[in-house]
Design a protein around this ligand. Sequence first.
Ligand code: GRF
Length: 226
Amino acid sequence: MQNIVVLISGRGSNMVAIAQACRAQRWGARVAAVIGSRAAVAGLASAAAEGITTESLAHQDYAFREAYEEALATRIDAHEPHWVVLAGFMRILTPAFVQRYLGRMVNIHPSLLPAFPGLSTHERALAAGVRVHGATVHFVTPSLDDGPIIAQAAVPVRAGDDASLLAARVLAAEHQLYPMAVRWLVEGRVRLAGERVELRASEAVATIDPARGLPGGADAALLWCP
Ligand code: GRF
């Protein structure tokens, strides 16, 4: 049984999607713990409702970034994780922390990287006038919102979209993309090989399940691994 530790700072909807898929699809893994970046993180209640062990660690309690990360790593390692999953974890990580989990730590970013790293991705996508937007799951490397890409989901930008409509469409795609990508990791279908992602499966393209639907229509959404 592989252990997954998820780090969150917000509502935790991707964490719930992963935990539910992991259980329902019997990945041979479990979400061993969800760690919040402070006690008030909303997603911790959702994790508890899923029966998952929850913890929190506030950076304000530590004088230095390194001290916080050392404490965080101790908490993470106590769960003997095979995988560390960042799901809306709003902390910039030091190279030493990233190195500790290199090849075992992944993140989801709400854009089609390398477009729109950083914050306010949906607003910036609308301002840029892109026709296609989406989300990216990538291995975590020292540079922010960078790192070898495991999988991406693309959604259409529709006439009349505002940032919240677009965000909802992307989030619905994230909820299918992230569990799929973590499952690939658990099953050994993808791994980090130097600067590249090595894909060991032929399942390079998977269409989002239209039956589950996306706000505004699921027709144009695709998941793929480059
Ligand atoms: C998602 O949009 C994710 O792409 C970004 O942070 C958000 C987290 O949402 N990294 P949730 O907490 O999983 O609901």
